[in-house]
Design a protein around this ligand. Structure first.
Ligand code: NIG
Ligand code: FE
Length: 411
């Protein structure tokens, strides 16, 4: 099946070097005005100006003067869980903090209790509802973490659900070290033994990455180092929740281990940023978690861009700190709270995110040979994606050249 997309007011190709973009490169979207794209069997064959397009033997798709760009690549999500935490959200509105609620047995542990009690069918049904939300917001690939099971059987249950989230492309990450579960309270070392010796060998059959919630009061750096070294020995790539609630050396550990990413970084200082730069670790910034926790402490994106880090932005979709699947909302927060330009935010949520998942050669830009994962947004200028907020700009969404969402036929 061959298709040619015409009528793109702006075709954001993100074409460029085969590596993550840093510094000034983040602003370069390689836009073709009145652009066109030819696709064959789900793969991009050609991109260029409309007047040069070869439409022979092709079905025509008219974007109607709209922006066409790569699907968002959401490089940090926790999409498989049972129930939600609207009750804790209300408590936070009344003044309780995320840490207080967690210390009293709520937080991640409350979602773990509900998720353990749920069967695979129930979890898949909950997750399919979220898959629909990702798609309608223009996301075509997600990284999906486990971390609400915290036992061998329950972590495997979550990882197996992540494999069923079609039609999204999904990169599974094992997050057994997300929290110490109820039955191991006060026995953190024993829980880590379980994670390393029982869970990791099995999880590594499904997951591509391993992540740890590295925080002084959850898993301090020595613990995170143990888990991540064991994960690396099993062939997994490394990601880290680092310096989210307190600064505890998380960024330095990510640099020491040469992790693919260090995520959050709300409390990372200049020396942490310099260490990430030297080690080539990509920061994944999650402004939705700052916003939804009612904090003002956003990570210092401008300092990271000035230091030439290949910044990524993502939703951190989860039931506690960041209940949003919306990359357009994250673009808005990136611009208003972290002072990233719309172009920088688009690069950070497409090609840079793809490279952070080891998929930079397959997705994240619209170039010949790449997968035809693209979105027609209902605007004529890409800056509108970060400027309007609280809307769903995606008009049609395509994965491997197939339409998976259409606003005009949505129920
Ligand atoms: O990225 N901090 C650890 N993980 C999540 C929160 C998970 C939850 O509260 O359920 C995060 O913010
Ligand atoms: Fe997270």
């Amino acid at each position: 099946m061959t298709r040619v997309i015409l009528g793109c007011s702006e075709l954001l190709t993100l074409a460029g070097p085969m590596r993550p973009r840093a510094g000034e490169e983040l602003r370069e979207l390689a836009i073709i005005r009145d652009g066109a794209m030819r696709i064959h069997d789900g793969v991009i064959e050609w991109v260029g100006a409309r007047r040069d397009a070869d439409t022979s033997g092709a079905e025509i798709l008219d974007a109607g003067g709209r922006v066409v760009m790569p699907g968002f690549v959401d490089a940090h999500t926790h999409p498989v869980f049972a129930g939600n935490r609207a009750d804790e959200f209300e408590m936070r509105a009344e003044g309780a903090t995320y840490q207080e609620i967690a210390a009293a047995g709520g937080g991640i542990r409350s979602t773990v209790r509900k998720t353990r009690a749920a069967g695979e069918y129930e979890l898949r049904a909950a997750a399919s509802r979220y898959v629909e939300w990702f798609l309608r917001n223009g996301t075509t690939t997600i990284e999906a973490k486990s971390g609400y099971g915290l036992s061998l059987q329950d972590e495997l249950k979550l990882l197996s659900v992540t494999q069923t989230l079609t039609p999204l492309r999904v990169v599974p990450t094992f997050l057994g070290a997300h929290e110490v579960p109820d039955e191991y309270r006060g026995r953190r070392g024993e829980y880590l033994d379980l994670v390393i010796h029982e869970m990791l060998p099995r999880a590594a059959e499904i997951a591509r990455f391993c992540d740890v919630f590295c925080e002084p009061r959850v898993f301090p750096v020595e613990d995170a180092r143990r888990v991540l070294q064991a994960a690396r020995a099993r062939g997994l790539g490394l990601r880290m929740h680092a310096d989210q609630l307190e600064s505890g050396g998380g960024a330095h550990l990510a640099a020491e281990l040469g992790a693919a990413t260090a995520d959050h970084l709300e409390h990372t200082d200049a020396s942490g940023i310099a260490a990430l730069e030297r080690a080539g670790v990509q920061p994944v910034l999650l402004p939705g978690a700052v916003y939804a926790l009612g904090s003002r402490r956003y990570p210092d994106a401008r300092a990271m861009i000035a230091a030439r880090l290949a910044v990524v932005i993502a939703t951190d979709f989860n039931p506690g700190s960041s209940p949003t699947p919306s990359m357009p909302m994250i673009l808005s927060l990136a611009a208003t709270q972290m002072k990233m330009t719309p172009a920088e935010a688009i690069t950070a949520s497409t090609i840079n995110a793809a490279f952070s998942l080891g998929l930079g050669r397959e997705i994240g830009s619209l170039e010949p040979g790449k997968r035809a994962d693209f979105v027609i947004h209902d605007c004529a200028d890409h800056r509108e994606l970060a400027y309007f907020f609280g809307i769903e700009p995606a008009y049609e969404v395509y994965i491997a050249g197939e339409r998976v969402y259409s606003k005009h036929s949505a129920a």
